[in-house]
Write a protein that binds this ligand. Structure first.
Ligand code: FES
Length: 306
């Protein structure tokens, strides 16, 4: 299996992995030969690196103020950061998440919404208190507090690059895994087919605030999961997007039944993320060919033509 880095050709490329000779998509440091996928017409990371005097993209943490916070339940919280307009604009990309640093811990949080007003940016994030990291965030993120943030990172959804704007879209979502869909909702709501929501962990008020303008089918994935998966299997994926926004358990159930659709369904990148930059290795994944990649950087698995 060959991998293409999600950041390839973006302003985040070349990164530290080029400097250390571990760039996933550039083979020049490893083999001395260009091994690009056939048909690649984007920016060459090596040329960029070479022509800019070996300059790499450095992620610099930023500090933003928490200007609003809403407690939807004793565990579900949503807060808003005031950012620059440019930062908020970048957060609109599908699958965007931010890394929040609090003391010595880092938490990846999907962007729920972002907008620009009066020349400033506003980015909303949500979390559900489940353990020490989210408890710490709950204490730190009060109105008026400053949070250290890295990002935006764009690898929060597997296969997000395949999303076809302007095409019918089916959505299956459970609990707080729905956040990346909410971030895209306004761009795609005219093309939504069925939106199945298992509102586990969400409250009625949250559903009203963020999903009140779309038609939802209430679902309980524990009972309805099999029939929904059957509907996905029978969907023509050449002209339809399928967003499957659930926990790893249900994603695995789906992939077990329709493994051949793995490369077509868009689902959350549930890797254990820590740095989000390809440095720490917390998100390492080894495929059936024995190739290890960092899932915070790579999510496209593309077989090369023989
Ligand atoms: S999260 Fe650190 S390498 Fe991917």
């Amino acid at each position: 299996m060959s991998y293409v880095c999600k950041d390839r050709g973006t302003e985040s490329c070349p990164c530290i992995l080029m400097e250390t000779g571990q760039c996933y998509t550039c083979s020049i440091f490893k083999t001395g030969k260009c091994d690009c996928l056939p048909g690649w017409q984007g920016v060459c990371p090596f040329a960029e690196y070479y022509q800019t005097d070996e300059k790499i993209f450095e992620v610099k943490p930023k500090t933003f103020e928490v200007i609003e916070r809403k407690d939807y339940s004793d565990k579900l919280k949503v807060f808003t950061l005031e950012t620059s307009a440019g930062f908020a604009l970048k957060c609109k990309e599908m699958g965007t998440f931010l890394m929040i640093h609090i003391q010595s811990v880092s938490l990846p949080l999907s962007v729920v919404q972002s907008h620009i007003a009066g020349g400033k940016g506003y980015v909303q994030l949500a979390f559900y208190i489940t353990g020490p990291k989210t408890k710490r965030l709950n204490e730190a993120c009060v109105e008026g507090s400053m949070l250290e943030v890295e990002g935006p990172f764009t690898n929060g959804l597997i296969n997000s690059e395949l999303f076809m704007y302007g095409k019918p879209t089916m959505v299956v979502a459970k609990g707080i895994a729905i956040m990346p869909f909410i971030n895209q909702k306004d761009r795609i709501k005219d093309y939504l087919m069925h939106v199945y929501l298992d509102a586990d962990k969400l409250t009625d008020e949250f559903v009203r605030d963020y999903l009140g303008d779309i038609a939802l089918f209430t679902a309980d994935l524990r009972c309805d999961g099999a029939s929904i998966i059957k509907e996905i299997v029978n969907t023509d994926m050449t002209g339809t997007n399928v967003l499957f926004m659930t926990s790893p358990y249900y994603v695995n159930q789906l992939l077990k039944v329709c493994g051949n659709l793995t490369s077509k369904i868009i689902y959350p990148n549930h890797s254990n993320m820590c740095c989000g930059r390809g440095v720490c290795g917390a998100c390492s994944f080894t495929d059936e060919d024995g190739i290890t990649v960092k899932r915070c950087k790579c999510n496209s698995e593309i077989k090369k033509e023989a």
